[in-house]
Design a protein around this ligand. Structure first.
Ligand SMILES: Nc1nc2c(ncn2[C@@H]2O[C@H](COP(=O)(O)OP(=O)(O)OP(=O)(O)O)[C@@H](O)[C@H]2O)c(=O)[nH]1
Length: 201
């Protein structure tokens, strides 16, 4: 027996140094690690949360932002249910690279993937280089959700992962409904569980 109702795979992508590892560590372990080194390849963490009485297991994959790991990290996109596309609000460069990340997503992720744009490091407001409005417009144009966070101050980090989990549950339930509503095609087999629950012994 599985000990959860839903299992979702979430992958974080974005330039090196934007704070992907810190976001994951803050959410899964409740800490902001000092002197966090660059991620090598990919890292993996699990956290189970409870949403509306359901156990939701989140498999969180933290990918390296450095270009040299790109061929490894791309292979993790395919099976992702959600992608957290992260930039640093104090680093214009990390925002300017977003179209490049979107091309990667388009090429390697499945077309059902839920993508959220995250501007991290809001605690460094005095060093902000990317205005909120600009990021909002970019996210809207790309049909992405958008949120700003601070892994350091723990601002919006819990909200980021829980909102994403809620959205994934909503989509999963919608897909189940769509499949259940589908009229049976003549000759198409029915699942055994359906037949057995209707049989009279
Ligand atoms: N002030 C501030 N610093 C942050 C925040 N998040 C991360 N940092 C710092 O940014 C630097 C990079 O953080 P990481 O989490 O390693 O960044 P990353 O995106 O995982 O980097 P790669 O593994 O190289 O892709 C570290 O020095 C962190 O301490 C934040 O919310 N606020």
């Amino acid at each position: 027996m599985e000990d959860y109702d839903y299992l979702f795979k979430i992958v974080l992508v974005g330039n090196a140094g934007v704070g992907k590892t810190c976001l994951v560590r803050r959410f899964t372990q409740g800490l902001f690690p000092p002197g966090q080194g660059a991620t090598i390849g990919v890292d993996f963490m699990i956290k189970t949360v409870e949403i509306k009485g359901m156990k939701v297991k989140l498999q969180i994959w933290d990918t390296a932002g450095q270009e040299r790991f790109r061929s490894i990290t791309q292979s993790y996109y395919r099976s992702a249910n959600a992608l957290i596309l992260t930039y640093d609000i104090t680093c214009e460069d990390s925002f300017r690279c977003l179209p490049e990340w979107l091309r990667e997503i388009e090429q390697y992720a499945n077309n059902q993937v839920v993508t959220i744009l995250v501007g991290n490091k809001t605690d460094l407001a005095e060093r902000r280089e990317v205005p909120v409005r600009r990021a909002e417009e970019f996210a809207e144009a790309q049909s992405m959700l958008y949120l700003e966070t601070s892994a350091k101050e723990s601002d919006n980090v819990e909200k980021l992962f829980l909102d994403l989990a809620c959205e994934l549950i909503r989509e999963a339930q919608q897909n189940t409904l769509d499949n259940t509503d589908r009229a049976p095609v003549p000759g198409e087999g029915k699942p055994i569980s359906y037949l057995s629950c209707c049989s009279v012994n």
